[in-house]
Write a protein that binds this ligand. Structure first.
Ligand code: ADP
Length: 353
């Protein structure tokens, strides 16, 4: 177990800066997920922590010690890659043992660690097989096992599940979660998938264009996003953003309705953020928002309705049960004002007080 701190970390490739000063404290034993769209700098940041990439400026500290100039092998970290990076000509057992043999660990200790990891990851029946004779999930478990046998202070995962099909991904998420509970190590996990982040993390770090947008427990980010970007990135379906003007405690939406927004401070052009499940269907009457239905997904237990308001703002409603709507139909939409968010149109920052 180990604490990990990033202090004003920057990274440039030539003249191009791609990480712009990131500060992050990851407490010992936490499962921290770095999430963000492709190209936001997640892998670069992880590789700087691992020692696989030079740090342009700032410090990476493990247990309070700056490790910038300590080689990858000596940082006490183990990384699991998306590509598995297994040796195809070696058995599972040899793949698990290889790293330990390389550092000259006594044979008996290697045997004990490998067998323990194999049991934990349910690989004991496959020890003599080659990676080519395993399923994708089993291969990823071998890759994880290879990290486990090293007994690292911190585990680093770089999109480890993106090569697996949807069902297996869900199963492996559970397995990695179990592993974390059993071992109690600090773990950092990189993904572009916000569902993976929401389901696995103790804390999520949302990155965008090499900057940290918000850091906190999943539901804190969902319930109180610091800005429009986090609001739009965390949660599925994506939050609706309705443009309007904020004055005297009310948002006057371009699409026509006025919504009470007393828990916010500021004035001027804003976007009202409202999640799809906080919109109700009402009669089309004076003062109501009117949505023209473009399509609907009837899933039996729930219905998704996609359409546009009178100012052409796209809108998604998520209702429980079966809601009969037709394409082209106009429905009234009521916003639950107690759960809305408000963002400055200019900066995207939340106007919550
Ligand atoms: P992510 O993992 O979030 O998809 P990366 O960390 O891979 O993002 O990349 C962050 C940014 O750094 C991207 O704009 C990418 O093009 C750039 N980048 C990554 N590696 C290099 C490199 N070796 N040389 C130049 N630019 C790079």
């Amino acid at each position: 177990m180990a604490t990990l701190e990033l202090k004003n970390i920057r990274k440039s490739y030539g003249a191009t800066q791609v990480i712009h000063g990131i500060d992050l404290d990851i407490p010992s034993g936490d499962f921290c997920v770095f999430v963000g769209p492709s190209g936001c700098g997640k892998s670069t940041l992880l590789r700087m922590i691992a020692g696989l990439e030079d740090i342009t400026s700032g410090a990476v500290c493990i247990e309070g010690e700056v490790v910038n100039h300590i080689s990858a092998a000596k940082r006490g970290l183990a990384m699991v890659f998306q590509s598995y990076a297994l040796y195809p000509h070696m058995s599972v057992k040899a793949n698990l043992s290889f790293g330990l043999e390389n550092i000259g660990m006594p044979r008996a200790e290697i045997e004990e660690r490998v067998m323990q990891a194999a049991r934990m990851l349910q690989l004991d029946q496959y020890l003599t097989r080659k990676p080519g004779q395993l399923s994708g999930g089993q291969r990823q478990r071998v890759a994880i096992g290879r990290a486990v046998v090293r007994e690292p202070k911190v585990f680093l995962f770089d999109e480890p599940l993106s090569n697996l099909d949807a069902e297996l991904r869900v199963a492996m998420r559970g397995e990695i979660g179990d592993l974390h509970r059993r071992l109690g190590n600090t773990m950092i996990y990189v993904t572009h998938d916000q569902v993976e982040a929401m389901t696995m993390a103790d804390k999520i770090a949302v990155l965008r264009d090499g900057k940290l947008e918000q850091y906190g427990p999943p539901l804190d980010l969902y319930n109180a996003p610091a800005n429009r970007f986090v609001a739009g990135f965390i949660g599925s379906p994506k939050m609706n953003f309705l443009p309007g003007e904020f004055r005297s405690g009310q948002v006057h939406l371009k699409a026509g309705s006025a919504i009470d927004a007393t828990a916010f401070a500021g004035a001027g052009d804003v976007e009202l953020g409202v999640r799809a499940n906080h919109l109700e269907i009402t009669d089309v009457s004076d003062g109501a928002l009117v949505c023209e239905v473009h399509s609907a997904e009837q899933l039996g237990g729930e219905t998704y309705i996609y359409g546009a308001l009178s100012d052409d703002t796209p809108i998604t409603l998520h209702r429980p049960g079966q809601v009969p709507v037709r394409r082209g139909e106009k429905i009234g939409v009521r916003v639950d004002a107690s759960v809305v968010h408000l963002f400055s149109m200019e900066t995207g920052a939340s106007l919550a007080t």
